[in-house]
Design a protein around this ligand. Sequence first.
Ligand SMILES: Cc1cc2nc3c(=O)[nH]c(=O)nc-3n(C[C@H](O)[C@H](O)[C@H](O)COP(=O)(O)O)c2cc1C
Length: 160
Amino acid sequence: MEENRKEINPYEYMEYFMSQAAHVVSMDNNGKLNVMALLWKTIGELWMIPIITIAVSPARYTFELLTEGVPEFTINVPTEENVDTIDITGSYSGKNVDKFKKAGLEIIEGKRTKVPTIKDSLLSYECKIVHTCKSGRMASHSLFFGQILTAYASIKIINK
Ligand SMILES: Cc1cc2nc3c(=O)[nH]c(=O)nc-3n(C[C@H](O)[C@H](O)[C@H](O)COP(=O)(O)O)c2cc1C
């Protein structure tokens, strides 16, 4: 495991998870990765398991990967220093741009998922999709319910 982060209980440091945009990483069936900015997310317990729910529009390339690619995703909350990377992952499509390269994001192989996490994040979560549904009248987005298989916090917040 990387030295600058530690595995945590999924519900620790939740205050850093809420109300800020995160990077969602997804993967196609050939191992091609994508990363997208995402604000609409929740964390909590459902069906007696820890779950992160994300709302993704069908217009996103990420949507295509979540529905037709590897049924997993990771969520990565950037540090204050890296928060501008959200502008890049939230304004280009991975269909025609390598956003990892463009935003200078490095990855760490997943421990419990095929999908990697993003190096130097404040928080990262490896999730397996266990349920999907439409978000109904709220928006055209779909909801993806990811069982949290493991989670990490940067030592920056652990040592605070
Ligand atoms: C701050 C921010 C938050 C966003 N939150 C969401 C979100 O919760 N759900 C969503 O579907 N798109 C969201 N977006 C839009 C996508 O990130 C954007 O359309 C992105 O370019 C899609 O990338 P993709 O085509 O590679 O998947 C957000 C964008 C920004 C800048």
